[in-house]
Design a protein around this ligand. Sequence first.
Ligand SMILES: [Zn+2]
Length: 77
Amino acid sequence: MICFMCKGKLKDGCSTFTADVGDCIVIIKNVPSRICGQCGEVSYTDEVARRLEQIVDSIRQTVITEIAVVSYTNKAA
Ligand SMILES: [Zn+2]
């Protein structure tokens, strides 16, 4: 895999995903990611991207706090 921004080499790692869903900001920690060693661009596999969408969706419907912080690994279990 290469970075779509700078064509640098991507490394496997973990990052924090943040989504602004209007009333609420969702922060998902420990997300398996591919991180560019050159420019720091973070990308996700299709599977992870879908899972992130599901997590954000479920939080929108259940959480009424302004900021929700969850761990990807807990939610994925
Ligand atoms: Zn890059």
